[in-house]
Ligand binder design. Structure first.
Ligand code: CAO
Length: 423
């Protein structure tokens, strides 16, 4: 079966998480992704958080599926010649080096554009142009500077970072969207362009509803926040809202049966207005259907603690799955708190390819998250990540057209690993 990005070649200069998320997605859609790594070292995550001695870490393998690896010293003169050939051959260059690295390597946007005017050059940096443009950035720095940390957590606690990697993986997704848009424009103009996504911007985009709330503050208290019903005045910046719903339908995380011993025996419960009467019946509070203090959404807002307390009396009599089934039978929106263990064992996620089992020559079988985006005519088949430099010779000869003698000369000049590694 053909793939959506068949025929597209990606020069993948990415490392760690943000960039590799983007290029892995392009690979899943069918692009030929050539990951360029430093000889002997490679992407630093190969060796980080290692759980199996001598094998690439899960951190690396889970972000680099379906790619080929070439080791190349791009600071070496011969290495630069190979890089130039790669630029001439590929459609897209993706990088998330620290600020200025590509320029220092001698490959500015202007130079790349001159070598291959059709090439799309896509970059992730921590910040866009401005006071912090030269800073190196990791996930949690982006969460803190993009507005997520200040609005996550409880009012009386520290700002919190979330487990969802919105700075790294989130920005990788943003970049992939930009690349696909640029590819489409290239179809019309024949020209490549620069695509940039800053991690701070990506996080802020995902925190859009909080900037919404920042502006609402000027027009009075935000009545859907718990602190409104608790009589706690608002300050001049959006507060942390605990597990309050970020939308117009109040929601909370509530205890379910077994919460005393199971840290995940909870359910997210949304008191969606259209199903309020059903909620009252299910939890055994039919009198609230007509009581003027509870019947209308606006009347309920100052009483959310009381309401969720009563609902929790009901959810605590059910397991999170019993509550989920019962509530869904009445179209009441809710969601059990699923642990990673439960997700890993979820058969329906395996069936859709959202969780996949992958075999690796050095580590054996492991689980990964497959492509969460499903195309009906371009099915994703997840293949294992490459070993360091596994495809160096193959790429030099079959993709770039170097002869055996030329490859020997490149190796002799110290631009490659001394000996190629194979699976
Ligand atoms: N051959 C030779 N040199 C290479 C090379 C290759 N194939 N690949 C990389 N290098 C060199 C670079 O040229 C650079 O050298 P100089 O600093 O001398 O110019 C050097 O490796 C380090 O590059 P770096 O600054 O990107 O790496 P770092 O480990 O110091 O920083 C990170 C890592 C992630 C903080 C930084 O890359 C960054 O801020 N990236 C942008 C934001 C981002 O994506 N962050 C998310 C990371 S995921 O959590």
């Amino acid at each position: 079966m053909s793939k959506a990005l068949d025929g597209i070649k990606v020069l993948d200069f990415t490392h760690v998480q943000s960039g590799p998320t983007c290029t892995q997605l392009l690979a899943w859609f069918g692009a030929d992704v050539l990951k360029v790594e430093r000889p002997g070292v490679g992407d630093i995550t190969r060796g980080q958080l290692q759980d199996v001695k001598g094998a690439d870490s899960l951190y690396f393998t889970m972000l680099n599926h379906n790619k080929r690896s070439i080791t190349l010293d791009t600071k070496n003169a011969k290495g630069k010649e190979v890089l130039t050939r790669l630029i001439q051959t590929c459609d897209i260059l993706v990088e998330n080096f620290g600020p200025g690295v590509l320029d220092r390597m001698g490959f500015s946007w202007e130079k790349i554009h001159a070598i291959n005017p059709k090439m799309i050059v896509a970059s992730i940096k921590g910040f866009g142009p401005g006071p912090y443009e030269d800073c190196k950035v990791y996930e949690n720095v982006a969460q803190c500077t993009g507005g997520a940390a200040s609005t996550t957590g409880f009012r009386d606690g520290l700002p919190l970072v979330t487990g969802a990697q919105i700075g790294d993986s989130g920005t990788g997704l943003h970049l992939a969207i930009g690349i696909l848009a640029a590819l489409n424009q290239r179809n019309a103009t024949g020209k490549g362009q620069r695509v940039t996504a800053a991690m701070q911007d990506g996080v802020l985009n995902l925190c859009r509803v909080k900037l919404r709330d920042q502006q609402r503050l000027a027009h009075g208290p935000m009545t859907e926040y718990s602190q409104y019903g608790e009589g706690v005045p608002f300050g001049d910046a959006v507060p942390r809202a605990g597990n309050d719903s970020g939308g117009g339908q109040p929601g909370r995380i509530l205890k379910c049966k077994g919460w005393e011993t199971d840290p995940n025996a909870y359910i997210y419960f949304i008191t969606q207005a259209p199903v309020w009467e059903k909620i009252c019946d299910v939890i055994g509070a039919p009198e609230w259907k007509t009581d003027p203090d509870f019947a209308k959404p606006v009347a309920r807002l100052p009483r959310l603690n009381q309401i969720f307390g009563r609902i929790e009396d009901w959810t605590m009599t059910k397991t999170k799955f019993e509550a989920m089934n019962e509530l869904n039978a009445h179209d009441i929106p809710c969601g059990p708190i699923l642990s990673m263990k439960e997700l890993a064992e979820d058969q329906s996620l395996r069936d859709t390819g959202t969780i996949v089992e992958v075999d690796h020559p050095k580590r054996g079988k492991y689980l990964s998250v497959g492509n969460p985006i499903k195309l009906s005519d371009s099915k994703t088949e997840v293949t294992r990540s490459p070993l360091l430099g596994e495809h160096t010779e193959e790429i030099l000869s079959a993709v770039l057209g170097f002869s055996a003698a030329e490859i020997a000369a490149i190796r002799e000049a110290g631009a490659l690993d001394p000996a190629p590694k194979r699976a």
